[in-house]
Design a protein around this ligand. Sequence first.
Ligand code: NAD
Length: 261
Amino acid sequence: MNLKGKTALVTGSTSGIGLTVARSLAQRGANLIINGLGDAQEIETQRAAIEDDFRVRCSYSDADMTEPVQIRAMVEQAIESHGAVDILINNAGIQFVSPIDTFPEDRFNAIIAINLVSAFHTIKAALPGMKRKRWGRIINIASAHALVASPFKSAYVASKHGVAGLTKTVALEVATEGITVNAVCPGYVWTPLVERQIPDTMKSRNMTEQEVKEKVLLAAQPTRRFVTMDEVAGVCGYLVSESAASMTGAILSVDGGWTAQ
Ligand code: NAD
């Protein structure tokens, strides 16, 4: 579907899955608001590249997804400068791996805030505009961990199960208003988020890096390979299309068969 005239806000889109999803929406003509942390110069290079590569408008918000005031301001500014947020992709997320009895409280709270609570705030701020236009697409990037658990990931698994519940609830609330709300649940995708959890997993499980990849990460995935970022973006591309208008409240696995087991 051509997305010319639509505006998409993608949280956590300075890296990994979010950046790939944002670029794929821009490729189909959507104007963008990207968001996330990182080096200011690198982010500006990515933002300018989106405008140059796809001839769309792309702005950047540095809103911190742990700060409700900044989240609301990001959505309000997006609507003010772009006219609307038609497509909202809640993608920002972090991970921390530790047994629960030594899990640092600040890490637990940050994971719940960024992975779950930020989506409550973006949805709450973006919905009135979508309702006025009687069209909207909300996609929450959850995880296979929205459906099943793994040890040492209590905060992450709790946050992603929460995202699945939030998705279904909001889908029901707006079902007659032309707005769909779905969750996409990737298995392991090779991104900085996965790369960063290797050292802690090596420590928690007393394994080498190769053992973590083969016996922990890819052991869960029957395809025995990492899901690609393009495969996740492809599902998002379908969900924002008119063909997917009746797909709402769905929790969609893109996990190489992990949760079929
Ligand atoms: P990533 O680390 O490459 O990207 C995370 C993004 O979130 C970055 O842009 C980062 O700047 C942003 N972010 C982090 N904290 C933030 C904050 N406080 N405020 C604003 N932005 C913040 O990770 P990724 O693997 O691309 O993960 C993206 C999403 O996909 C996450 O929700 C993650 O849980 C989910 N996911 C990833 C995998 C995987 O295997 N990589 C699997 C399933 C689900």
